[in-house]
Design a protein around this ligand. Structure first.
Ligand code: HMG
Ligand code: MG
Length: 360
């Protein structure tokens, strides 16, 4: 049974890098994604298609997508890569690459799934030209890939809204209701292309502008709306790290009472107050089996002042393994990636378990 399996969504390459001030070379971003894929992690949020004016660090996300679509797999198991986007402009930019590079004539032995009949709004077909040239970077790898019959990585999208009006305005320059209206066409277009969508609800356990007492019923309402809209998973995010064991338990109780199944939920903890692991264990005991984290505890949202990184993947893996859960992750390899990226970024490795593992 997989009931003791905990799925970890590694958000380091997106949440982890978006807040770094110095420009990170594309090669480093790509190397991080590839190294993470060799640790046993199966799902990696690789980049985001957001406005480069708002988040300059994510400006080279097209290249990261090109890379995961066109290079030989680095993992011995199938990988899922997620890409975050805030609006249809982000989806168009994503599709410009995805529709070109994941089409069967450029690379893949298995044809992409055909659109469902209820296709929703018009699709961006500009890049579906069958005569389109494969990109220079894709050529050799793509040929090799087709010949060796290697599997296509699974690609998923993530979108985001938030539980308070102020945070939504600061993060996406719109109201909560407008952010839901933006999400709806993204979801119908994604569904027509058979791309799964996860939806984040930020500031679910505390807001940098409105304080720690975010109404859990507001979070539940949003989660229900997003699921009804077609979201495949809701990632409930403690953006500020203000969540506690008690408020986490209370929020989960309210979500369950609203009819939301644990299988539709992920929890996304930032560790600003050092409570992320405690909160994760509370969620695990409630029956949650998907958790987001970032290697070396990288991360933070540029629009959440004072908030620090995500819970470190190494710490979460260590904790879950100690409780008898399986993650598929090789702790030693993961710890090495955490040490490597911390050195690359010139920042301290925030993972206690990672450092301890390497010191052994
Ligand atoms: P806006 O300024 O209102 O947008 O920003 P706009 O539609 O007026 O466009 C302004 C300019 O940006 C235009 O360019 C657009 O073309 C361009 P100009 O005409 O001035 O040259 N633009 C884009 N370019 C590339 N990609 C796009 C895009 N959209 C517009 N997708 C907007 C609204 C939503 C775009 C902006 O606020 C934005 O990009 N926000 C994203 C902020 C962000 O990335 N935050 C961090 C991720 S969320 C997070 O970290 C939380 C999470 O980890 C969970 C948690 O912990 O809570 C997920
Ligand atoms: Mg986050």
């Amino acid at each position: 049974s997989r009931s003791d399996f905990v799925r970890i969504v590694e958000v380091g390459p997106r949440d982890g890098l978006q807040n770094e001030k110095q420009t990170i070379p594309l090669a480093t971003k790509i190397e991080l994604v590839d190294r993470l894929a060799q640790t046993g992690l199966e799902t990696i949020e690789a980049a985001s298609f957001v406005s480069p004016k708002w988040v300059p660090q994510m400006a080279s996300s097209s290249e990261v997508l090109e890379h995961v679509l066109n290079s030989l797999p680095t993992a011995p198991h199938p990988m899922t890569y997620q890409f975050l986007l805030p609006n249809e402009k982000g989806l168009d930019n994503f599709l410009n690459i995805w529709q070109r590079d994941s089409s069967p004539q450029t690379a893949y032995p298995t044809p992409p799934p055909s659109p469902s009949p209820d296709s929703g709004p018009a699709l961006n077909t500009s890049s579906q030209d069958p005569n389109a040239m494969p990109s220079a970077s894709s050529g050799a790898d793509a040929m090799h890939k087709a010949n060796s019959n290697t599997p296509t990585p699974k690609i998923e999208l993530s979108i985001f809204t938030a539980a308070t009006e102020t945070f939504t305005r600061k993060n996406t320059n719109c109201t909560i209701s407008e952010s839901l209206s933006r999400s709806s066409p993204i979801m119908s277009r994604a569904r027509a292309l058979d791309l799964p969508v996860r939806a984040y609800i930020s500031v679910a356990l505390g807001c940098p502008y409105e304080g720690p007492n975010v109404d859990p019923h507001r979070v539940a309402e949003l989660a229900v709306s997003l699921l009804e809209m077609g979201a495949d998973e809701i990632s409930v995010a403690d953006t500020t790290g203000m969540g506690t064991a008690r408020s986490t338990a209370e929020l989960l109780k309210v979500l369950t009472a609203a009819g939301i199944e644990n299988a539709d939920l992920a929890l996304h903890f930032h560790d600003t107050y050092g409570q992320a692991l405690v909160n994760a264990v509370v969620a695990l005991e409630h029956g949650i089996r998907t958790f987001d984290s970032a290697v070396a505890g990288l991360g933070g949202c540029p629009f959440s002042p004072g908030a620090t990184g995500n819970v470190a993947t190494e710490d979460m893996v260590h904790c879950f393994h100690s409780l008898g859960a399986r993650t598929g992750v090789d702790m030693e390899r993961l710890a090495q990636v955490g040490e490597w990226i911390s050195e690359e970024l010139g920042r301290a490795n925030e993972s206690r378990a990672g450092k301890a593992t390497l010191a052994q």
